[in-house]
Design a protein around this ligand. Structure first.
Ligand code: SF4
Ligand code: SF4
Length: 213
């Protein structure tokens, strides 16, 4: 019969439309208990994004934000470690590899020199990234031999001031190692394990040399 397909299609739309309200009612008691209904808490968000989600809904950004996967990447940041005395140490050695591999060439590094000898020292005096030019490819993080630059999850960086707000300097880019561990726990654990294995191999080689001497 002509038009049956259209009626069936409208039926599907109507089913989703009604399911939206049914699902809202299912979360109603959580909402009045202060749980934020099906919109604003991690449990509800997970259910809404899962295979059992029903109805039609819109992400109510910025009140509601979808969690990003660990591998999500936006703008790079620099990692520093803090020693037992509370002194911060940049992991970056200003080797310049990231700046060289960056496809749109938006990284600019100023290397440091020892004021006494004039010789280069392995840390940057300045480190800039033009975040409007960065294409979020992650190549800088992939190629850094010191795990010093990683991709951030923070995507809320819009502003009207390009020069003052969108050219990130070293201070703006730097984050503690604990921040990296918090946003990329799986990556961080793998890198820590690789570092520990490398150190153990180095120690074993040292001991073997000492024994043979
Ligand atoms: S972030 Fe890594 S690759 Fe870039 S200059 Fe520093 S150490 Fe080298
Ligand atoms: S993410 Fe890509 S474009 Fe952005 S700074 Fe790194 S290498 Fe350059």
């Amino acid at each position: 019969m002509y038009g049956l397909g259209i009626i069936r299609g409208l039926g599907v739309t109507l089913k989703h439309f009604l399911a939206t309200y049914v699902d809202d009612l299912r979360w109603f008691f959580q909402r009045i208990a202060g749980g934020g209904g099906r919109y604003y808490n991690p449990e509800a968000l997970k259910a809404r994004q899962g295979a059992k989600a029903r109805g039609i809904f819109t992400v109510q950004y910025p009140e509601e934000k979808l969690p990003v996967p660990e591998e999500f990447r936006f703008i790079p940041f620099l990692i520093y470690d803090t020693d037992a005395a509370g002194v911060q140490h940049d992991r970056c050695t200003s080797c310049g590899i990231c700046a060289k591999v960056c496809p749109p060439q938006c990284i600019w590094i100023v290397r440091s020199n020892d004021p006494a000898t004039g010789r280069p020292i392995p840390e940057p005096t300045e480190f800039f990234i033009d975040i409007d030019i960065c294409m979020n490819c992650g190549l800088c993080a992939e190629y850094c031999p010191f795990d010093a630059i990683k991709m951030d999850h923070n995507y809320e960086l819009a502003s009207f001031e390009r020069m003052s707000h969108h050219i990130f300097n070293k201070e703006r880019l730097s984050q503690p190692a604990s921040y990296y561990a918090s946003i990329r726990p799986r990556n961080n654990a793998a890198e820590e394990a690789a570092r520990a294995a490398k150190e153990a191999a180095k120690e074993a080689a040292k001991e073997a040399r000492a024994e043979s001497a």
